[in-house]
Design a protein around this ligand. Structure first.
Ligand SMILES: Cc1cc2nc3c(=O)[nH]c(=O)nc-3n(C[C@H](O)[C@H](O)[C@H](O)COP(=O)(O)O)c2cc1C
Length: 409
């Protein structure tokens, strides 16, 4: 392997060149104000991401319609949020104008918060556990699509560099793509119909935003790990068959997307596959396989952003068997996977909450100062407790808040 740190080399996405291969993964932290606008806490989080030097930053899942929030204080991108979002982006770009900043446009569908939102489903037979979600038809899906296109236009007007059309983590885009969406309707039944939801949205966003410099991409679950989930061979089997996932990303590429963020699993159904657990972190190696499949399916100019790199850290997590710690670090795998053509960029989710300055510290040879994610997943505890959060391992005020949450439980 080359001695150069490939993580610190430039890469071009959608015509814009960024200075390193680090991406901040989308991380909902439930800290908007009551209207879904960025609050002081949201500003503080993103200021750190922008100062940390990552080439690419995903604004967490932002809902295009208030009634589908996944948590009480999820960010929103509706017409009433336009001005506050514009101010937010302007402020962040004043910290670092060179990073690519995309909004992850989303609708929660059946996994919308059961009390705080109105969960909806597109399958006549509900997915087990989601019987409470209301069945919607084509006309309501059409309205949702209009809202997502509107969200893209608001993101563009706000000064974002692009969007991430969310087709992952069990949200509505994923629910429509799944083989389990087997009923015969406009976007259900055959693969040709299911994939059309993503294709129609991509084409509409391209046309209606009408700016060739606006970067469109998608975080795609390659294999969901539930029977009938994305990347399974049929509606009632969990057998892995990536034919549809490959066809999806190629179809998105044909329509002009510039990047794909790899994902696997879904937090509510197959949590350890979607973000590796520190007691069995080797599940993360599966993500390398999925990244390689995507990289092999796409043209070189369509960039693949690999996910689930947080727990490699400095090799210090003791629960990886059969591998020398020095051959199991973020730097080792990031470099190797870029060199081997497995991936173009690496995304850091939980690590970005623990320390958003990994790129800056690596560039300054200050790796020893990096505060590594300990994989405690308390960032998820904040989210499911409907509290604004972040990394309690390194933020004493959040550590206090966590104690309070645990006392209440
Ligand atoms: C608190 C929390 C919030 C998350 N929010 C989102 C989100 O808004 N959108 C998304 O696609 N993934 C979300 N994820 C998943 C992460 O982006 C990432 O895929 C996952 O944590 C694995 O990467 P990591 O090992 O670098 O943490 C979230 C994860 C956590 C822990």
């Amino acid at each position: 392997m080359t001695n150069a740190n490939l993580l610190l080399t430039p890469v071009t996405i959608g015509g814009k060149t960024i200075q390193n291969r680090f991406a901040v993964g989308a991380m909902e932290c439930n800290d908007s104000d009551d209207e879904g606008n960025p609050s002081d806490a949201t500003y503080a989080r993103y200021e750190k991401y922008f100062a940390g030097g990552s080439g690419f930053i995903s604004l967490e899942a932002i809902t295009c319609q208030r009634e589908s929030v996944s948590s009480l204080h999820q960010l929103s991108v509706t017409p009433t949020n336009a001005k506050p979002l514009e101010k937010f982006v302007r402020h962040l770009k004043s910290i670092n104008k060179d990073t690519i900043f995309v909004f992850q446009l989303t609708h929660s569908g059946e996994v919308g918060h059961p009390v705080l939102s109105k969960p909806v489903r597109v399958t006549e037979e509900p997915l087990y556990g989601y019987e409470h979600a209301r069945l919607i038809g084509e006309s309501e899906v059409a309205v949702i699509m209009d809202q997502i296109v509107e969200g893209a236009k608001i993101a563009h007007a706000a000064g974002a560099d692009g969007i991430d059309l969310k087709l992952c983590t069990g949200y509505l885009g994923a629910q429509i793509l799944r083989p389990f969406n087997k009923g015969n309707w406009k976007y259900g039944g055959s693969w040709e119909k299911r994939r059309q939801f993503a294709f129609d949205l991509t084409e509409r966003i391209m046309k209606e935003v009408n700016d060739p410099t606006f970067i469109i991409g998608s975080k795609v679950t390659v294999y969901e790990g539930i029977p009938g989930g994305q990347g399974s061979a049929g509606p009632d089997t969990a057998l892995m068959d990536l034919t549809e996932s490959i066809d999806l990303v190629r179809g998105l590429e044909e329509r002009g997307v510039s990047y794909i963020i790899e994902a696997a699993g879904a937090p509510r159904h197959t949590e350890d596959l979607s973000k590796t657990d520190r007691t069995k972190p080797y599940i993360g190696y599966l993500h390398f396989y999925f990244q390689n499949v995507l990289r092999g399916a796409l043209k070189p100019e369509t960039k693949v952003i690999g996910n689930c790199y947080s727990l490699y850290r400095d090799g210090g997590l003791k629960t990886f068997p059969a591998v020398k710690p020095e051959n199991n670090t973020l730097a080792f795998w990031g470099n190797k996977n870029i060199q081997d053509g497995v991936v173009d960029l690496v995304s850091l989710g939980r690590q970005s909450l623990a320390d958003p300055s990994v790129p800056k510290k690596m560039a300054e040879n200050k790796d020893a100062e990096i505060k590594w994610c300990i994989g405690c997943d308390n960032c998820t505890v904040f989210l499911i407790s409907q509290e604004g959060g972040g990394c309690a391992a390194y933020d004493p005020s959040l550590a206090e808040k966590l104690k309070e949450i645990k006392r209440r439980q």
